[in-house]
Write a protein that binds this ligand. Structure first.
Ligand code: SF4
Length: 475
């Protein structure tokens, strides 16, 4: 079934020139998917919090959740139903232990009951297996990832909320008056508002500031001082580094039934064994390894940093690790890299899409590669124009990339694709540093990505009904 361009959110539909915080672009969460795991968990928690805030939690007798469109098509493989359970139970993606979701799902399956939790308020309700249903054929107009939630009270009344998980863990709620603004936090007035590449360029040039300095000013305006921002960025890098380390240590098959062996551990052993006999491209082998290690952690439900999504979470850590170990770096490298990459992620989130269900994998791996390219270019002392050019090149060569995860799991082609996106990002940054001007602007390639996504058939947008998902199923 082809998708009518009118069914796609218009470019800059959420444009208010207030970019999300870099700490909304990079969030700590669990795998395997930001749109199918983290977003639905946040939506379910928001639903219970809203009911509790209205003083009606103790009146709730039933909740029914329909996972529609792409959430319905690949929700099982992505663990969406379990994420919803966790959110209704009061969990937040940045806090929940990766093993806790499985334990909760087992308890609910056994007892057919669930405890709704919001702060100190709880309510235990019957929760049969049919309470969450997968509805892949049910398409809602605003976005392909939709959750229809019905809350029934003891007096027979009902509240309906529709949540859209629009990528990167961001959610949009419709209470019957239309979809709201995509957000995970209230946005203050910022000194440097921007929602496009042109806005960002203009901000930087008019203030004679780097991209990372503009973003730092905005973060300070959100209420943290610069030292706190730096510490928080270091914390993010800690989580990224840990996901690389754990991914390199782990052995065995990935979960989900495809029986794919983890490969990062063997890759480390091989690279260490090659030692001084390594060839001239062994640096790229290390980058691929770091990206794959994070991808395997994500596929296993481990803790990762969305960057900007879970499926593409290996690219930014791998390229930042490259900047720190294989390029000249100093104590500012982590902050310059992440603030710059976060700015590019904010442009995509505000003016376009970071959702594979909406525009295909170009909006996930392509966007992550674009962000990492910009971050690396900034870390290598590129000018503002070169940083934006790196972001443009990073996306341009992912245009048209489809989303076709085999078996609805974030494994094939996703994990290896992180390695490809990381290597492309490094090439993009280095190419950008070779010239002062650009022929294609970041905004032009973003518009092209959205138009290409609108033309892309639905089967190539996180439904597992086309591409590799189909070819491998047929073999
Ligand atoms: S193919 Fe790309 S967009 Fe689709 S799930 Fe995998 S990483 Fe995400």
């Amino acid at each position: 079934m082809s998708v009518n361009a009118n069914e796609i959110r218009p470019i800059a539909a959420n444009a208010c020139c207030t970019p999300p915080s870099v700490f909304d672009i990079f969030t700590v969460g669990i795998g395997p998917s930001s749109s199918h795991t983290i977003g639905p968990m946040r939506a379910a928690k928001a639903l219970v919090d809203e009911v509790a805030a209205a003083g009606r939690l103790s009146e709730v007798v039933a909740i029914r959740v329909e996972l529609c469109g792409a959430l319905g098509a690949t929700g099982r493989g992505h663990g969406t139903d379990r994420a919803v359970l966790a959110g209704l139970n009061g969990a937040e993606p940045q806090c929940i232990a990766p093993t806790a979701i499985s334990e909760l799902a087992a308890q609910v399956a056994d007892s057919e009951q669930l405890t709704l939790v919001s702060g100190n308020f709880t309510q235990r309700i019957d929760f049969p297996p049919t309470a969450i249903s997968f509805q892949p054929a049910k398409q809602l107009p605003y976005h392909p990832n939709a959750m229809v939630c019905d809350v029934t009270y003891s007096d027979g009344t009902l509240t309906r909320r529709i949540y859209y998980s629009i990528g990167g863990g961001f959610i949009v709620m419709d209470d019957g008056t239309g979809p709201g603004v995509a957000t995970v936090a209230l946005q203050p007035t910022l000194p440097h508002p921007f929602c496009t590449g042109a806005d960002l360029l203009s901000c930087c040039l008019s203030q004679d500031k780097s991209v990372w300095q503009v973003v730092l000013d905005n973060e300070v305006a959100r209420g943290r001082d610069a030292t706190q921002v730096y510490h928080k960025l270091d914390d993010l890098w800690e989580v990224m580094s840990e996901s690389i380390r754990l991914g390199c240590d782990a052995k065995g098959d990935l979960p989900g039934g495809l029986r794919i062996p983890r490969r990062a551990h063997a890759m480390v052993s091989d690279l260490i064994a090659r030692g001084s006999n390594a060839d001239s491209l062994s640096g790229l082998d290390w980058v691929s390894l770091w990206a794959i290690a994070v991808g395997e952690q994500n596929a296993s439900g481990g803790r990762i940093v969305t960057a900007p999504t879970n499926g593409a979470a290996g690219i930014v850590p791998a390229v930042l690790r490259y900047a720190l170990t294989l390029e000249q770096s100093d104590e500012t490298t982590v902050s310059r890299f992440l603030l710059t990459a976060g700015a590019i992620g904010a442009v995509f989130q505000t003016s376009a899409s970071i959702s594979g269900a909406e525009v295909g994998c170009q909006g996930e791996i392509g966007v992550a590669s674009s962000m990492a390219a910009a971050g690396l270019c900034a870390a290598m002392d590129g000018t503002v124009q070169q940083v934006l050019n790196a972001a443009e090149i990073g996306l341009e060569h992912h245009l048209g990339l489809t989303c076709d995860p085999v078996g609805g799991l974030v494994q094939v082609p996703c994990i290896e694709r992180n390695a490809m996106g990381a290597v492309t990002a490094i090439t993009a940054a280095r190419l950008a540093l070779t010239r002062a001007t650009q022929f294609v602007t970041l905004d032009q390639v973003i518009v092209t990505m959205m138009a290409t996504g609108a033309d892309m058939k639905r089967k190539y947008k996180e439904t597992s009904q086309g591409g590799l998902a189909l070819s491998l199923a047929a073999c």
